[in-house]
Design a protein around this ligand. Structure first.
Ligand code: SF4
Length: 445
């Protein structure tokens, strides 16, 4: 007999959206809902969507229609859709998708129980507002990541105005959480066995600016380093414009802060960075990477690059290839420009053909594959601390894990083919083999 308050939540998009999902799970659990692990057994399904790219919007529509079919074939009674897709497309969705019983924008996720109470009304309740809900709300949260790792969202919204991006209009103005709230949240995570904390926001480099008129990211890191049980603190989504030697010095001097930085440069050409509204302060991307690479202690760098931005010539693209060869990134994501309606960049002249953009992405990833393999080969013969995560998705003969310089969900892994691994523990692994993105090795005790 399916429980009345059986619930299944689908979380699409980025880690920041996943944190919203975890708060909605917290609120609903408090309201007596029980999370089931099979969507076919749920009477209520909530889909927390992404929507900042057309591709993400298409995925959201597919997932919604798939779930809606369970009303005919399964036990589903109520389907509620939340998140950026709702915030972007708004009230017209009600008529376009009558299968959905309730809608919530990004600024209203905390009212998930109100919408569920309202679904029996004639028209599907729809709560959408200008996203300004405080980032520091103290709502209950259910961790959806494995017990040993968690995302700590240190701020919501964005103060940058990158010309290709809709996120400021979907997530609202930049709003930091107070450090006390974050440190107590991190301490309770540590008490529940979390060893790795990944700091996320649209732009973590601006942390505290809205509260104190200046970035307080170093103070926050200092506080996190004092929390017993937290072994790895990782900084993600850090805008390179605010990269300082002081931050790099801090990372070198504090073992708990992993020697890893996610610095989304997007491009290396000054004219394109200007058109993207993505300049990196008074320096160039090349300067910043030289500054990092010239340091005694190694810092591993992940970046995101965009190809096919309007006005990108073959010469500019070749310049980007040179930048990737010079920088020797440890992890790289390459995206093709997507002209999103409502952005400044979508109206720019000299749009690049998507086939050309795809070719450029392929070429850049091929260059990176060679770089990544060479860097991984330097690990062979070394014993590295690896966070054991469980059976590898490839084969249950192998365990999988990550080094401190591999972020969850986006970077490579370590496949463990020898020794007794304990899930959630950081264990010494002797690396015996290297591939483009993954390493292989055995646990040495
Ligand atoms: S930093 Fe730029 S790309 Fe990132 S969310 Fe903000 S506006 Fe968008």
């Amino acid at each position: 007999m399916t429980k009345t308050k059986s619930l299944f939540l689908v979380s699409l998009g980025c880690a920041k959206n996943r944190v919203d999902s975890e708060y909605m799970l917290g609120i609903l659990s408090h309201d007596g809902y029980e999370v089931v692990d099979d969507i076919g057994n749920a009477r209520t399904v909530v889909i927390n969507t992404c929507g900042f790219l057309q591709e993400a919007a298409r995925e959201a529509i597919d997932v919604i229609l798939d779930a809606a079919r369970l009303k005919e074939t399964g036990t589903l009674e109520r389907l509620v859709v939340t998140g950026c897709f709702v915030q972007r497309y708004g009230y017209k969705l009600r008529n376009e998708m009558p299968e959905v019983d309730g809608w919530l924008g990004t600024g209203e996720f905390h009212r998930i129980t109100d919408v569920l109470k309202g679904v029996d009304e004639t028209t599907a309740p729809m709560l959408i507002s200008r996203p300004a809900f405080p980032a520091d709300h103290g709502l209950p949260r259910v961790q959806s990541t494995p017990f040993y790792t968690a995302y700590l969202r240190i701020a919501e919204g964005c103060a940058n105005q990158c010309s290709y991006c809709l996120i400021p209009s979907l997530r609202g103005p930049f709003r930091s959480c107070f450090p006390e709230t974050l440190l107590s949240e991190a301490a309770s995570m540590a008490a529940q066995g979390v060893k790795e904390i990944n700091l996320v926001a649209q732009d973590t480099s601006r942390y505290g600016e809205d509260l104190y008129g200046e970035s307080r990211i170093l103070d926050l890191l200092r506080g996190l380093c004092e929390i017993k049980g937290i072994r790895w603190v990782r900084l993600l989504y850090f805008h390179p414009a605010r990269l300082t030697e002081a931050l790099l010095d801090f990372i070198d001097a504090n073992e708990a802060v992993v020697p890893y930085l996610d610095l989304p440069f997007q491009h290396s050409n000054p004219d394109l960075l200007k058109a993207m509204r993505r300049e990196v302060g008074g320096k160039t991307p090349q300067d910043l990477m030289t500054m990092i690479r010239n340091r005694k202690q190694e810092i591993y760098v992940r970046t995101s690059l965009m190809v096919g931005f309007p006005g990108e010539t073959e010469a500019m693209f070749e310049g980007l290839c040179d930048f990737v060869r010079m920088a020797g990134f440890d992890h790289l994501g390459v995206f093709t420009f997507s002209p999103e309606k409502g952005t400044r960049a979508a109206r720019l002249p000299s749009q690049v053909e998507s086939a050309v953009a795809r070719e450029r992405r392929k070429k850049l990833m091929a260059i990176q594959a060679g770089i990544s393999k060479r860097k991984n080969q330097r690990m062979v013969g070394r014993v590295l601390p690896v966070l054991v995560e469980g059976e590898s998705s490839e084969t249950d003969l192998l365990l999988a894990g990550r080094t401190a310089t591999m972020a969850p969900d986006v970077d490579g892994r370590v496949l463990i083919n020898e020794g007794e691994g304990v899930v959630g523990e950081i264990m010494p692994v002797l690396i015996t083999e290297a591939h483009e993105y993954d390493l292989i090795g055995g646990i040495v005790c």
